[in-house]
Design a binder for this molecule. Structure first.
Ligand code: SAM
Ligand code: SF4
Length: 326
């Protein structure tokens, strides 16, 4: 599929659940979000049906996210079934890593090779604070297990927060000297509960890059990491991994946007930062056939905006990242 700006759409991000076992300050309120009742969440067989339609329309790459996707009951059989579908080229997972030690082997055996693990600090106490109760050791053990099992690439998503982890960016960068990890610094976006953070929490990727270069020397452009999406990658001399920057607040990657998002409650979202949604759940449950579902996909593609306007005052998206599938 191609949208009206000539962008090829071949990637679907599937949110498997809006639930999470952490409460990151910028993502969820302390009491959690009001999750959808179970009957409003797509069943596994419905998601597989959506994947069939997507495949027929030329989508061949999938990412599973959430909420925390590894909490979804039946996640492993779901991945196995998806991986068996003809045409599927890639299945990746974005996770907070807390269940990786337990599920890593099953994920690998089911066919997942690419992992994004979210980790904003390397300090136990700060991790507990930012996630409101999480245990850093669980994630670190999960990461070691993922490295041992052979997942590649493993990317670390680190939301850059002034006054919180700006003092750690050099430590994060140093990890790439020791491990084949791809650290990606993400600019804080005004979505979810990020308004609860102090106004001055935002720190730009440029500033982080300067901080790393001052301590560790000039960063060299790094050949694209598989599935690199919106990040720009660099590396330190002699590193095993790379350092990526996701300038979420500027529009510079919208021009190459190749994705649609499926929310856990069955809405197809043309853009993370746009409130348009196409209701697949109702269509699926009212007996829509393949052709009807394809038309709904095409409608979502036609609704893709040229770019988002976060930096100049975004339209209200109506949902946080955990409800859309970050
Ligand atoms: N629970 C999984 C995880 O944490 O990786 C998957 C879902 S989470 C919503 C996906 C990503 O969105 C995480 O890397 C998280 O840090 C990021 N995220 C959530 N809210 C954000 C915000 N306001 N600005 C930037 N990134 C955000
Ligand atoms: Fe959960 Fe991921 Fe949101 Fe953190 S960022 S609260 S781990 S969904």
């Amino acid at each position: 599929m191609e949208d009206r700006f000539g962008r090829r759409i071949d990637y679907l991000r599937i949110s498997l659940t809006d639930r999470c076992n952490l409460r990151c300050l910028y993502c969820m309120p302390s009491e959690g979000i009001i999750t959808k009742p179970r009957e409003d969440i797509l069943r596994i067989e419905e998601i597989l049906k959506v994947a069939d339609i997507a495949l027929q329309l030329g989508i061949n790459k999938f990412r599973l996210t959430g909420g925390e996707p590894l909490l979804r009951k039946g996640v492993i059989p779901f991945i196995k079934a998806l991986a068996l579908k003809p045409g599927v080229q890639d299945i990746a997972v974005t996770t907070n890593g807390t269940l990786l030690k337990k599920l890593g082997k099953q994920l690998f055996d089911a066919g997942v090779r690419r992992l994004n693990v979210s980790l904003d600090t390397l300090d136990d106490e700060k991790y507990r604070q930012i996630t409101r109760g999480g245990k850093l050791k669980q994630v670190w053990d999960g990461l070691q297990e993922a490295l041992r099992l052979g997942f590649r690439p493993i990317k670390i998503n680190t939301v850059a927060l002034r006054g919180f982890n700006d003092s750690e960016v050099v430590d994060f960068a140093r990890l790439t000297l020791e491990y084949p990890l791809h650290i990606r610094f993400i600019e804080l976006m005004p979505i979810g509960t990020s308004w609860m953070m102090a106004d001055n929490s935002f720190i730009s990727c440029e500033e982080i890059r300067d901080m790393i270069e001052q301590k560790l020397g000039e960063l060299q452009p790094f050949p694209k990491v598989k599935g690199s999406g919106p990040a720009e990658y660099y590396s330190l001399s002699g590193a095993l991994g790379s350092i990526g920057f996701i300038h979420a607040m500027s529009n510079h990657f919208c021009a190459s946007c190749n994705r649609l998002r499926l929310t856990a409650d069955g809405k197809l979202r043309p853009c993370l930062h746009d409130q348009h949604e196409v209701n697949l759940l109702d269509a699926l449950r009212s007996g829509a056939g393949d052709e009807d579902l394809k038309q709904l996909f095409l409608k979502a593609v036609a609704l893709k905006p040229a770019n988002h306007h976060l930096a100049t005052g975004a339209p209200e998206t109506g949902r946080g990242m955990c409800q859309i599938g970050g």
